[in-house]
Design a protein around this ligand. Sequence first.
Ligand code: SF4
Length: 338
Amino acid sequence: MSDTMVTTYSMWNQFRNCRKAAELRYLQQLIPIERDRNLHFGSLIHECLEIWHRERDLSSVLDLIDRRCAARAQDEDQKRDWHLATAMMRAYADRYAEEEFEVVALEHVFEGPIVNPATGASSRSFRLAGKVDGIVRIDGEYFILEHKTASQIDSDYLERLWTDFQITLYAHYVEQTRGIPITGILYNVLVKARLQQSKGETEEEFGARRADLLAKSKTGRTTARRREPESDEDFQRRLAEKYADPAMFHRERLYLSRDRFDVLRSELWELTQAFLDARRRGVFYQNTSFCFNYQRPCPYFALCRSNGNPNVIENFYQRVEPNEELRVLAAGAPEPAF
Ligand code: SF4
């Protein structure tokens, strides 16, 4: 068996942010049993976009959403995802009925050496693999297609795209492994509407509102009626109105900087050396300033807080091989666990 470990940028980024998190995910192969809902929705939309750009058949996309949210009658989270994904993809198909680009490849997986920039030698311990959402051609130039779902698009959001080093690095690997010059990145951003389906009023809520209205009424009467739950059709209509706003979709082109790539390559090499050292000494320290970095607890918070208690692992975590993102999802394939 080869001693070379196939790694992704996600692993190196996690190692840079918190070495303990990288150890838990990539050496102990632990992930939380309960999956982050945002990740579920993001991967659903990625699958939808892959199908749309491959087949350009909206019914196949809607069919996938139906299957991925098959338990929506009982599961509120699935119902929310179904509504949002359905409205988003209907509007996307309408908005981009004519495309500015030609698709060269979709869900393209690559693998290449990690090179020491000082000597040009390849690492014998690690290789880098990754997957890009697509490669497209615009006016004879090649771009990496990168899908994003966002809560809102503003100037801060667009500025932050510059810090997306992963895709810059991946672009250069694609260039090397496919032998085509990559000019830049085409970000395809879809905004998540914040609308909620109204649940209507409970008997108690209606009673309280009615009593309040009666107290304020000069006649001692009110015509208030109990608010009914919003039907699926009405909610889809409201979402469709929201998605008619052109600001719900955005395309942004960023051009690649060769200098930036040299910096990233050096940084990646440094990370490999630090990882080897940590693994040899068995020391992966915790960066506790990162525990709440994304306005929510790190997926390993429960484990770190319990000092690695085996009962916590047994009840809240499962072991799943890393680099799941490299798997190319076929329509109908089971959903990734993380
Ligand atoms: S909870 Fe904090 S210390 Fe523990 S792995 Fe996550 S970021 Fe690191």
